[in-house]
Design a protein around this ligand. Structure first.
Ligand code: FE2
Ligand code: FE2
Length: 280
């Protein structure tokens, strides 16, 4: 394959998703990989429509969209709906051209070994839980005074599965400790040091530590992540870290440009290592 388009968080922004599919086509990328906060919200009608539209455009442009889960993706529902629909590389088939990489998933494209580790802590967790509580009060009132319909409210804005647990992380690394070339995550590894970061509360650190453990175990040459909504490059040991920006609506830095939210990775990566492996 030629190149892979990596993108930061989309948050269900259809316009931005379509723009990025255009970029994928222009840059000759048959695959686009979204680094979490894709907008997996199929518990809502708008979330279903988003998947349908992205799938339709992706088919038209002959681009296949892959994603790992961010803290704002309802990954429990992905397992529930698509856990038995695996493609031959082990991705969950959500639509013909939309595939989900579960936590710890490994695969190889063009001689390049990849792993995906989704999840992160939501700094707006309290706000999300409060909004769910308000919805619950309204639903309860409706139940008492009328229709009898009572929509679910818990798990609609904040998802309890948002972070990896320590046990989950350790089990995934123990199950397959083989190194990878490229590690894709939603959260940043603890040691990476972006110039701008509003997600550094003490509650954010345990998951960053888990990603750091994955880096130390899998020794990738390159790690790409989203979540911070900020484009930066750093180097931690032998690993180059690329943090990607988000869709324009979720981007706070004043100098944001749409191109901060994507990166083209020519494959194989790194070219010399993949060639050596093929000879061996
Ligand atoms: Fe995000
Ligand atoms: Fe996030």
């Amino acid at each position: 394959m030629g190149s892979l388009l990596l993108t930061g968080d989309l948050h269900g922004n259809t316009t931005h998703a379509v723009d990025l599919l255009r970029v994928a086509q222009r840059e000759d990328c048959a695959k686009m990989f979204v680094l979490g906060d894709f907008g997996a919200w199929e518990h809502t009608p708008a979330g279903k429509r988003y998947f349908d539209v992205v799938d339709r455009v992706a088919r038209k442009k002959q681009v296949r969209v892959y994603f790992l889960d961010g803290n704002h993706d309802k990954s429990s529902l992905l397992y529930e709906r698509y856990g038995d629909a695996l493609d031959d590389e082990g991705f969950l088939i959500c639509r013909k051209n939309i595939r989900y990489a579960p936590r710890g998933h490994r695969w190889t494209w063009a001689g390049t070994r990849f792993a995906a580790f989704g999840g992160a802590y939501s700094v707006d967790k309290a706000w999300r839980l409060a909004a769910e509580a308000v919805r619950e009060q309204k639903a309860e009132r409706r139940r008492q005074f009328g229709s009898g319909r009572r929509p679910a409210t818990a798990g609609t804005l904040w998802f309890p599965e948002e972070q990896m647990t320590d046990a989950e992380c350790d089990a995934l690394l123990a199950a397959d400790p083989a190194p990878v070339d490229v590690l894709l995550t939603h959260d940043k590894p603890r040691a990476a040091d972006p110039a701008w970061n509003r997600k550094n509360l003490p509650e954010c650190l345990p998951n960053q530590d888990r990603i750091q453990r994955a880096v130390e175990a899998l020794r990738p040459r390159l790690l790409l992540h989203g979540h911070l909504h900020f484009r930066y490059t750093d180097q931690i040991g032998d690993t180059r870290v690329e943090g990607l920006g988000a869709d324009p609506d979720a981007s706070h830095p004043h100098d944001y440009e749409s191109s901060d939210s994507w990166l083209v990775l020519p494959l194989p990566f790194p070219p010399e290592a993949a060639a050596e492996r093929e000879i061996a």
